[in-house]
Design a protein around this ligand. Structure first.
Ligand code: AP5
Ligand code: MG
Ligand code: ZN
Length: 220
């Protein structure tokens, strides 16, 4: 199954993606994570992306389209994949469709995780990250020991774009540039909206239910 996780910053895309990845063995492709890895390794792409990301703006489409084309051509995507944070603009969605059509594939399901702005701000400002990819929240999903990762015992840190000014910028950018994708995929009849305001395990149960429905539709 080929899935897109859509939703505003802080909706819980990364949190749910980790669970979906484990349960369905689908590779989790987070363009945000790939870009942050490039920044850490000081690659050409990382250097270009850094200033956009720290301000909470989108990295230019042409860089993202090249990145995703390359990533989707990897062998681990042959049996399905899950996109988190891509596409984020209509040109990115059009490019994705072209890339997939060329290899005889399509998107099966778009899960739109919906959460209101006040809750998003709380989630983003309390988020703490670990180098290993794990993500926590000081109140809603706190690690056993303050500022220490449960998984690898690494020291937790705050993402540069989780500071107040970048958060409000990201929410505005989402509304202007990414929200139109809800309509885009709704017209293709593959969009399902998930109430992302519940707790993490309830949302995952809902996602499993929805994905089973898509699966049944597919085999009919
Ligand atoms: P990206 O890394 O994709 O960030 P984002 O979309 O802003 O989303 P987040 O990762 O902040 O939120 P999330 O939905 O994953 O939430 P999470 O699960 O962590 O992108 C970063 C930047 O990279 C962009 O701004 C842009 O510059 C660039 N970029 C990336 N892709 C791009 C593209 N395609 N085009 C152009 N530029 C691109 O959860 C958030 C917090 O809430 C956590 O603390 C978590 O523990 C907590 N939480 C989760 N679920 C719940 C719940 N149900 N209840 C309570 N707390 C919860
Ligand atoms: Mg994320
Ligand atoms: Zn860790």
């Amino acid at each position: 199954m080929n899935i897109i996780l859509l939703g505003p910053p802080g909706a819980g895309k990364g949190t749910q993606a980790k669970k979906i990845q484990e349960y369905y063995s689908l590779p989790h492709i987070s363009t945000g994570d790939i870009l942050r890895e490039n920044i850490n390794n000081n690659t050409g792409l990382g250097i270009k992306a850094k200033s956009y990301m720290s301000r909470g703006e989108l990295v230019p489409d042409e860089l993202l389209i090249t990145l995703i084309k390359d990533r989707l051509s990897k062998k681990d995507c042959d049996e399905g994949f899950m996109l988190d944070g891509y596409p984020r603009t209509i040109p990115q969605a059009d490019a994705l469709q072209m890339i997939l059509t060329e290899s005889g594939k399509k998107i099966d399901a778009v899960l739109n995780i919906s959460v209101d702005d006040n809750e998003l701000i709380k989630r983003l400002s309390g988020r703490r990250m670990c180098k290993c990819g794990a993500s926590f929240h000081v109140l809603f999903n706190s690690p056993e020991k303050e500022d220490v990762c449960d998984a690898c015992k690494g020291k937790l840190y705050q993402r540069e774009d989780d500071k107040p000014e970048a958060i409000s910028n990201r929410l505005n950018v989402y509304k202007k540039q990414t929200q139109p994708l809800i309509d885009y995929y709704d017209k293709k009849k593959i969009l399902r909206t998930i109430d992302g305001s519940k707790d993490i395990s309830q949302i995952f149960e809902e996602i499993k239910k929805v994905l089973e429905e898509y699966d049944k539709k597919d085999t009919k």
